[in-house]
Design a protein around this ligand. Structure first.
Ligand code: FAD
Ligand code: SIN
Length: 540
C-alpha cells in the first residue's frame, strides 16, 4: 500500500496545475494511466480565453459565457472563472509556458461565441506547450511523485468496507484509490487524505471524436460507482469541424484530427460540397456562432445533401499567414493530401467535450468528503448547456487553484483516524481469453451512441440506445466479475457506464437546450426555471 497526503489522478492541465500548487504545502502522488503527456490537454489547439486586453472586460467575457450556456450556467462560478483567469494565465507563463506574442504583447485571437479577440494561444499547439511547461516543472519538484502507466480503477469509500457499507450516501468519505499498476501488472492500494480526480473527458464513448484514447470517462464512472452526484451529462459538445478522412477507421478507438475553431475565427467559411456558404441561413453570427448552432447547421446540411461532409474554406487568406498561424493543421492536412492554402478542407462534427460531470462547489469539492474534481471531469456550472470555446483550459486552472486553497485549509486539522482498508480482492477471477467480446462490445457501444445519442435526438432513438447499452452493461458486468482486471475491460466498463449516464440524463431533459436537441421537444421549456439534470447511484 502507498500513502500520501494528496493523491491526484490524471496528468492533464488540471492534475498538473493542482499538483504544482499543492506541492507548496503537502506531498503529492500523481498517477496517470499512460505516459505523462497523453491527455486531452496535449491536443488542445485554439487556446485559453481570458480578459487580457484593455478594450475587453470581465462583463463581456461573462456575458459571452452565459449566452453560450443557454440559461444553465451558474453565474457565480462563471464570474469566479473569468475574474481569476488572468492571474492564473500569468502563473502559467511564470511556470514556463510560452504563448505566441505579437509586437511584445500576447497575440489574442477570436473564436466562435466570443464578442472580442481574447484567446491566448501558442500557435495551434497551445495544449502541447502547456503540458510541456507543466511536466517540466513537476519533474523538478521533489514532493510530487508521478507514477505513469497506472490506471485508477475505483475510489475507496465506505462501500469498500464491509462494516461501513450502509452509511448514508451524503456522509461518505474518500480514502484513496485502487490502481492497476501497469508496470507490475497488479492492483495496488493508494491511501490518501485527499483525492483529486482530474481524469478528463469521455469522447471515446462516441464513434467519432477529437479526443485521444485516454478519454474513456473513467472519472465519471468511478464517481458514479462511489455514489457522488453527477450533473448535466446530456450536454456532450460536438466540435463542428473535425477533419474528414474517409479511409480512417474510427470504429474502435481512434481519434479524428481537429480543425481548430480559430480557423473560423481567422475567416474560414463553411461551404456545402457544391461550394455554397450556408451559415447565414442558420445564425446572424454565421461561422462565429456558438458551437451547438454550427454543429447542428452542418449536421442539417449533411442530412439534406446526403453527402458525408461539408467544406471549410480558408483559401482566400494569404498562404504565409495560414502557415504561420496554423502550422500543425497545415502540415497534418498536407501529409494526407490536402493543401489548405489551395483546397477546401472536408470537415464533419465529432464528439469533443463533456459539459456536465461530477458536481462540485466553488472549491471543486464533490459530494464525497475528501474527494475533489477538477477540469473536464467536473461540473462547476461554468459551461451550462454549452461550453464557450477555449473556456475549458481556463476553468481547469482556475478551479485546480481553488481546490488547492481548500485542501491547504483541510489538511491543517485533518482527522487521522482512517478505517482499515481492505486489499483489492480478485480471488477466484480468471484471466480473460475472450478479447473479442471486448472489441465487439466497444464497437457496438460507440456506434450506438453515435447513431442514437448524437447531435439530433428523439425519445425513440434514446430509448433504443438505452436498451442496447443496458444489455451491454449486463454482459460486461458479468465478464468483469469473473475476470482479473486489465486496462481494456476497465475502460470498456467505464465507457458503457458513461453511455448509460448520458442517455439517462438526456431522457430526463424534456426540452431542447444548448447541446441537447430533441425532435420530440424542439423548444426550450420556458415555463419552468432552467434546471440541471442530476443522477446518483443509490444502489450502494
Ligand atoms: P486531460 O487533459 O484529458 O487529462 C486527463 C488525464 O487523466 C490524462 O493524463 C489521462 O491519462 C488521465 N486519466 C484518465 N483516466 C485515468 C485513470 N483511470 N487512471 C489514471 N489516469 C487517468 N479547450 C480549450 O479551452 N481550448 C482549446 O483550444 C481546446 N482544444 C481542444 C482540442 C482537442 C483536440 C481536444 C480533444 C480538446 C480541446 N479542448 C480545448 C478541451 C480541453 O483540451 C480539455 O477539456 C482539457 O484539456 C481537459 O483537461 P483535464 O486536465 O481535465 O483532462
Ligand atoms: C479549437 O481549437 O477549436 C478547440 C477549442 C476548444 O475546444 O475550446
Amino acid at each position: 500500500m502507498l500513502k500520501t497526503d494528496v493523491l491526484i489522478i490524471g496528468s492533464g492541465i488540471a492534475g498538473l496545475f493542482a499538483a504544482i500548487k499543492i506541492s507548496e504545502f503537502a506531498n503529492v502522488i500523481l498517477v496517470t494511466k499512460k505516459d505523462k503527456a497523453e491527455s486531452n490537454t496535449n491536443y488542445a489547439q485554439g487556446g485559453i480565453a481570458s480578459v487580457i486586453d484593455k478594450s475587453d472586460s470581465f462583463e463581456k467575457h461573462i456575458n459571452d459565457t452565459l449566452i453560450a450556456g443557454a440559461g444553465l450556467c451558474n453565474s457565480k462560478a462563471v464570474e469566479l472563472m473569468v475574474k481569476e483567469g488572468p492571474d492564473r494565465i500569468k502563473e502559467l507563463m511564470a511556470l514556463g509556458t510560452q504563448f505566441t506574442q505579437k509586437s511584445g504583447k500576447l497575440d489574442l485571437v477570436r473564436e466562435g461565441g466570443h464578442s472580442m479577440p481574447r484567446i491566448v494561444h501558442a500557435k495551434d499547439l497551445t495544449g502541447k506547450e502547456i503540458e510541456r511547461a507543466l511536466i517540466s516543472m513537476t519533474n523538478n519538484i521533489k514532493n510530487i511523485h508521478v507514477i505513469e502507466n497506472t490506471l485508477a480503477i475505483d475510489l475507496i469509500t465506505e462501500h469498500n468496507i464491509p462494516d461501513l457499507r450502509n452509511s448514508p450516501l451524503d456522509k461518505r468519505n474518500c480514502w484513496g484509490t485502487y490502481v492497476l499498476d501497469g508496470n507490475q501488472g497488479k492492483v495496488v492500494t493508494i491511501n490518501s487524505k485527499v483525492t483529486i480526480l482530474a481524469t478528463g473527458g469521455l469522447g471515446q464513448v462516441y464513434q467519432h471524436t477529437t479526443n485521444p484514447l485516454i478519454a474513456t470517462g473513467d472519472g465519471f464512472a468511478m464517481v458514479y460507482r462511489a455514489g457522488a452526484r453527477i450533473g448535466n451529462m446530456e450536454f456532450v459538445q460536438f466540435h463542428p469541424t473535425s477533419y474528414y478522412e474517409p479511409n480512417k477507421n474510427t470504429t474502435a478507438g481512434k481519434t479524428s484530427f481537429l480543425i481548430s475553431e480559430a480557423v473560423r475565427g481567422f475567416g474560414g467559411i463553411l461551404r456545402t460540397k457544391k461550394g455554397e456558404a450556408f451559415m447565414a441561413k442558420y445564425d446572424s453570427r454565421e461561422e462565429l456562432a456558438p458551437r451547438d448552432i454550427v454543429a447542428r447547421a452542418i449536421d442539417s446540411e449533411i442530412k439534406k445533401s446526403g453527402e458525408e461532409f461539408v467544406y471549410l474554406d480558408i483559401t482566400h487568406k494569404s498562404k504565409d499567414e495560414i502557415i504561420q498561424h496554423f502550422p500543425n493543421i497545415y502540415q497534418t492536412c498536407f501529409n494526407s493530401g490536402i493543401d489548405i492554402t489551395q483546397n477546401f478542407i472536408p470537415v464533419v462534427p465529432a464528439a469533443h467535450y463533456a459539459c456536465g460531470g461530477v458536481k462540485v462547489n466553488e472549491f471543486s469539492q464533490t459530494t464525497i468528503n475528501g474527494l475533489f474534481a477538477c477540469g473536464e471531469v467536473s461540473m462547476t456550472g461554468v459551461h451550462g448547456a454549452n461550453r464557450l470555446a477555449s473556456n475549458s483550459l481556463l476553468e481547469a486552472i482556475v478551479y485546480a487553484n481553488r481546490a488547492s486553497i481548500k485542501i491547504k485549509e483541510m489538511l491543517k486539522d485533518y482527522d487521522t483516524s482512517i478505517p482499515e482498508i481492505p486489499h483489492w480482492d480478485d480471488s477466484g477471477t480468471l484471466s480473460s481469453d475472450e478479447l473479442v467480446l471486448i472489441t465487439h462490445s466497444l464497437k457496438e457501444a460507440k456506434q450506438t451512441m453515435w447513431d442514437y445519442v448524437g447531435i439530433v435526438r428523439s425519445n425513440n432513438r434514446l430509448e433504443r440506445a438505452q436498451r442496447r447499452i443496458t444489455n451491454l452493461s449486463d454482459e460486461i458486468e458479468h465478464l468483469y466479475k469473473k475476470t482479473k482486471v486489465f486496462n481494456d475491460i476497465i475502460e470498456l466498463r467505464n465507457i458503457i457506464s458513461c453511455a448509460g449516464m448520458i442517455i439517462q440524463s438526456a431522457l430526463l431533459r424534456k426540452e431542447s437546450r444548448g447541446l441537447h436537441y430533441t425532435i420530440d421537444y424542439p423548444n426550450l421549456d420556458d415555463k419552468s426555471k432552467p434546471k440541471d439534470t442530476i443522477i446518483q447511484n443509490r444502489e450502494l
